[in-house]
Design a binder for this molecule. Structure first.
Ligand SMILES: [Zn+2]
Length: 260
């Protein structure tokens, strides 16, 4: 089981080494912006790396929304990131499930997800697995709670789509971590990646505020249990820079018995 961290995009391999990480996740552009990712000069080195690479799509992407001025550029930006992720040999592209605005029909949001995959299919499909991540907040989210996730998977069933389970988002989003993996897999059939984070916000607070694994409002052993059950690679998206994340990675190796 590979364990790593979300790191700065400038030199992800150096960041991995500094944390003894076997996997890294990073952005390929400004996470709050709409700019397409630029080709990376270190693409060859990244492709050849022992470390597994994951790309996180910008937060501004919301392919579900009924707002054309967000949805259409979101689709394009997601496909652009998938192509750029393939260039560096990434194992997957993580993107949040998105939401519709208050008063809008969530069914249309799910259908917009279907259209996103149809749009990508016009140019041969996404060249890396797209991993939809559960989110912490909002009342009209596509992937906050499992009832919505089940509807999303009903719509996307014919497409190759992966799932990224974030423990902070699940807890803050109002899903108990106990047996969560079984309940998710009953819907998606798979968990491709775990975002192992503790939560500063309480259960069902709707707050997306990550904490280090032994801090926060989640029993850290529950995070460990989720990872064990998922059997998927792990990325910590926790604060504290190199030392904070290295400690979180070491904690997981210790609890999982995967340390060296
Ligand atoms: Zn996450």
């Amino acid at each position: 089981m590979r364990i790593g961290a979300h790191v700065d995009q400038a030199d992800p391999l150096a960041e991995a080494a500094a944390r003894s990480a076997e996997a890294v996740q990073f952005f390929l552009a400004d996470p709050q912006g709409w700019k397409a990712p630029k080709a990376r000069e270190d693409a060859d080195r990244l492709r050849a790396a022992e470390v597994d690479l994951y790309v996180h799509a910008p937060y501004v992407i919301n392919v579900a929304t009924l707002n054309n001025r967000i949805r259409i550029p979101s689709r394009k930006l997601l496909l652009g990131h998938a192509n750029a992720a393939a260039e560096i040999g990434a194992k997957g592209l993580i993107v949040h499930g998105g939401h519709v605005n208050a008063g809008d029909d969530l069914a249309k949001g799910f259908d917009n997800w279907r259209k996103t995959f149809a749009y990508a299919a016009e140019s041969g499909g996404f060249p890396v697995p797209v991993l939809i991540e559960n989110t912490a907040g909002g009342e009209n989210a596509c992937a906050r709670r499992l009832d919505a996730l089940a509807r999303l998977w009903d719509v996307l069933g014919d497409h190759e789509v992966g799932f990224c389970l974030d423990t902070c988002h699940a807890h803050a989003g109002g899903e108990e971590l106990l047996d969560l993996v079984d309940r998710v897999k009953a819907i998606t059939g798979r968990i491709d990646l775990v975002h192992a984070n503790n939560s500063k916000g309480g259960f069902n607070s709707g707050q997306d505020r990550h904490d280090n694994l032994t801090g926060g409002t989640i029993d850290p052993e529950l995070v460990v249990a989720v990872i064990r059950a998922a059997g998927a690679p792990v990325i910590v998206e926790t604060p504290g820079g190199v030392s904070g994340q290295a400690a979180d990675i070491a904690f997981l190796h210790d609890r999982l018995g995967t340390g060296v």
